[in-house]
Design a protein around this ligand. Sequence first.
Ligand SMILES: C[S@@+](CC[C@H](N)C(=O)[O-])C[C@H]1O[C@@H](n2cnc3c(N)ncnc32)[C@H](O)[C@@H]1O
Length: 191
Amino acid sequence: MLRIAVVGHLARTAGDYNLSDMPGGAGRMDVLCRCINASFFLSHEFRRDVECYLVLLGEPDPPKTIRFSGERVRYLSPDERSAGSLIKKALGLPVGMEFRESTPGVEVRRGGLADLLGKYHFSVLDEGGTDIRCRDDLPEAFLLSDHLNFTPMEEEMLAERERISVGPRALHADHAITVLWNEIDRRQAGW
Ligand SMILES: C[S@@+](CC[C@H](N)C(=O)[O-])C[C@H]1O[C@@H](n2cnc3c(N)ncnc32)[C@H](O)[C@@H]1O
């Protein structure tokens, strides 16, 4: 099981946003929707062996975490609006510290990066990290930032974490996930 988490620094934490304005009013929720797409979709196939966590830190009620589980998710199609609409529905639920399901395979809870780091051993995907091709085995959980860098406080929380790079250039987060999957796919196929 691969776990991918993306921190959405400005991503709205209420379901009151307009699906036509995800880059604006929803705090770059479009970036997170593309990360969902890259985590799960192949051409005519769906990756079931992955969970994707979105850590939402924008107004009005941060922090919240949304979990998409590949094994169970339904009603998700590859367009951004589809993921955006499932996130919106999840954000409409009242939440506590336990995950609560909004639609099959999509859950929401209160809590942010510190809670997630306490649960799984995430490595950080970072263009300045160790080349992924120099690694014999790979971690099973990877953390990314959205369009912004990690904040100094987040960097402090991540100071001891291993950093892995998928290439020498800074990519968009969803592209970094695609390249990560490509590296995993190559290994699993024995290339
Ligand atoms: C748009 S980048 C964040 C801002 C970026 N540091 C910059 O200076 O433009 C989004 C995220 O994708 C991941 N990422 C981008 N390029 C990467 C690479 N070459 N290797 C590993 N992760 C990468 C990192 O997690 C990064 O925080």
